[in-house]
Design a protein around this ligand. Structure first.
Ligand code: GLC
Length: 633
């Protein structure tokens, strides 16, 4: 049962696909008030109540006890003190029901932080729709919610293959070397991602002639090996005379504006850019068509980036900082002046004043960006997704984005942004999986091995052993970090063993993903969804249920030769490695320590269940998915 409460004139976000009758907020069952232009509501949290939701966010599966913020944020430090990451996924299960806030501006969620037994939620505005969803169980609530927001994006089959990425492979030869490295090590691979250096000076929808001469035949060469190239597309369009995309956008007045109607200019990778006003349907159509430049050359996969939007500086902000520096020049600075100077530069990126300066044109009116901030990246995904759907039909083009909000889940997947090569980020990824699934994002995954900082061989292996199960399985790392391709490490056969397990599981994983999309269900669930009366399972945040058959429990600590695992019922503990089923052992319900070697993938099969395994292959296109053996218990 879903009730919709409406206040004012909500922005049409496109998040929901069903129009429900609206009730007035007078009838809203939680304590609430309108206060200084905000809507605030609160409700008690029962002792022991678990609060689920918020999708891509810091901290645990149980969101209780912290402050969160819905505000798509370009933040490359995913530490515990943060409140927001790239997604704004306004769905929560708390107070005995599902709560979806269809509202594209900032929301603050105090989930038992100020008072342990109270949730206080503040919307920065008075025009919104709030949906309250009742259901017997959290899973049923999720399914009701997901039916409301529509079917999740599904990738082409090859999107389940292993992808190798790096910022950046500088030219075609570097890409060929990566492919050769994988081939020589016998490690499966389906795609190589192209980061910003494939472009001509970071201009979206261009290819550097120097780095990739005759790009089209290069794409052909890659495709002939059953491989795919996945180029990045950045949201901002470089301000440059003679660059067609920019000139067209400027002439058609398709870029976001300042209050005086001039184009807002921000600095990103290419220097100053215009930000396409993706919220307008004609701009989405225009930008979507631009992907044709690459699809015409045979490209069938993309990642959309910097679409929070990330702004390193604005023209106005930089001018102001330079003026401050000039005014201090020659002075002897005391400590406070020194920090004033330092801060004016440190605060240049993603500055609230810059966001406040941006205007969108909606229905002929100029709207302040903060009112609609969380729609920006999602609308870029929609621009691309709608073009792909119209041009190629469903499930043909791979697409994943960094920023997102609910609604974008119908057009593309997400990756979890700039994580780090830290052991704790294996668990951060694990915890996000069920949370983003609740919000509709099924095709998802983290940068395996970690993006920032230097990886170690064992961290990459353990990260991959979780990534074996995530629909998006991509190894990506930042400029300046240690090389992170699997074949570069000692004993690359261990990596082959892990990634081959992925390919053996693809029929199962693809089926599970598809079923989750068709049935508006989750692919990954917290143990507490399945064993609500088991006190240990309820609190378990290091293991997940996958589909109806499996429980997964990756090793997440360095120098550990295994891990402690809790079995909420008798299960068959199986270790897979390469083509081998290394061991199968029925373990009784309870706590166990299970040894797991670096080249093994552990999984736990429920009683009476079985999953198909195919023979591994070097490419998804070469998998024989008809011939499978059953792994059963
Ligand atoms: C952003 C992306 C990252 C990419 C980098 C350069 O930080 O999140 O994945 O490698 O930009 O394009």
């Amino acid at each position: 049962m879903i009730r919709r409460f409406t206040s004012g004139k909500p922005t049409v976000t496109g998040a929901v696909i069903r129009r429900l009758p609206a009730e007035n907020t007078d009838r809203f069952p939680f304590a609430h008030r309108f206060e200084s232009g905000c809507f605030v509501f609160s409700f008690p949290l029962r002792k022991d109540e678990i609060v689920y939701g918020l999708g891509e966010a810091p901290r645990g599966i149980n969101k209780r006890g912290w402050l969160y913020r819905s505000w798509c944020s370009d933040d490359p430090f995913h530490t515990e003190n943060k409140q927001a990451l790239y997604g704004a996924h306004n769905f929560l299960i708390a107070g005995g029901c599902g709560i979806f806030i269809d509202f594209p501006a900032e929301i603050r969620w105090d989930l038992g932080y100020t008072h342990a037994d109270e949730a206080v939620i503040r919307l920065d505005g008075e025009d919104f729709d709030i949906y309250l969803i009742r259901g017997e169980t959290p899973r049923k609530i999720v399914r009701e919610f997901r039916a409301l927001i529509g079917k999740s994006y599904l990738p082409p089959f090859w999107g389940l293959g292993y992808q190798q990425s790096r910022w950046s492979y500088p030219n075609a030869e570097a890409v060929r070397n990566v492919i050769r490295g994988y081939e020589e090590a016998g490690i499966p691979l389906d795609a190589v991602c192209l980061d910003i250096d494939y472009m001509e000076r970071y201009k979206s929808f261009t290819v550097s002639e120097e780095a990739f001469p005759d790009f089209e035949s290069f794409v052909g060469e890659i495709k002939a090996q059953d491989l795919h190239l996945v180029p990045i597309i950045d949201a901002g369009v470089k301000k440059e005379d003679g660059y067609g995309v920019y000139e067209e956008g400027r002439e058609k007045r398709y870029f976001c504006k300042n209050a005086d109607g001039s184009d807002f200019e921000g600095g990103v990778w290419p220097g100053l850019v215009g930000f396409p006003d993706f919220l307008r349907p004609e701009v989405r159509k225009w930008f979507g068509e631009k992907y044709r430049f690459l699809t015409d050359k045979g490209i069938d996969g993309f990642w959309n980036d910097m679409n929070e939007p990330a702004i390193f500086y604005s023209a106005a902000g930089l001018k102001n900082a330079m003026e401050k520096a000039a005014s201090f020049n020659g002075q002897e600075l005391d400590l406070s002046k020194f920090f004033e100077l330092k801060d004016v530069f440190a605060r240049l990126d993603n500055n609230p004043d810059d966001y406040a300066a941006i205007r969108h044109e909606l229905d002929g009116k100029l709207i302040e960006h903060p009112r609609v901030h969380n729609l920006y990246g999602a609308s870029m995904t929609r621009a691309a997704g709608e073009f792909f759907e119209k041009e190629f039909g469903p499930e043909k083009i791979l697409l994943y984005s960094r920023a997102s909000c609910v609604g974008a889940h119908r057009y593309g997947g997400i990756w979890f942004g700039d994580n780090a090569s830290w052991w704790s980020h294996i668990l951060l990824c694990l915890k996000m999986l069920p949370s983003v699934n609740m919000c509709g994002f099924l095709y998802c995954g983290a940068d395996l091995g970690g993006f920032n900082d230097n990886v170690t061989r064992d961290l990459l292996l353990r990260f991959l052993a979780l990534g074996v199960f995530t629909p998006l399985m991509r190894n990506h790392s930042a400029l300046g970090t240690r090389d992170q391709e699997c074949y570069r490490f000692d004993q690359p056969e261990d990596f082959r063993d892990i990634i081959q397990v992925r390919y053996r599981l693809i029929p199962y994983l693809y089926g599970t993903l598809r079923r989750a999309a068709d049935e508006n269900d989750m692919m990954f669930r917290p143990l507490s969804f399945d064993y609500p009366d088991d006190p240990i399972a309820r609190e378990c945040e290091t293991q997940l249920m996958l589909g109806e058959e499996l429980m997964i429990a990756p090793v997440y600590e360095q120098n550990a030769s295994g891990r402690a695992v809790y079995l909420p019922e008798d299960m068959c503990f199986i270790k897979l490695s390469g083509e081998r089923v290394v061991s199968k052992e029925v373990l009784p319900r309870g706590l166990h320590y299970v040894p797991v070697a670096l080249n093994e993938v552990p999984l736990f099969l429920k009683k009476g269940k079985s999953i198909p395994l195919c023979r591994p292959a070097l490419r998804t296109a070469q998998l024989d998915t008809e011939k499978t053996e059953l792994l059963s218990w």
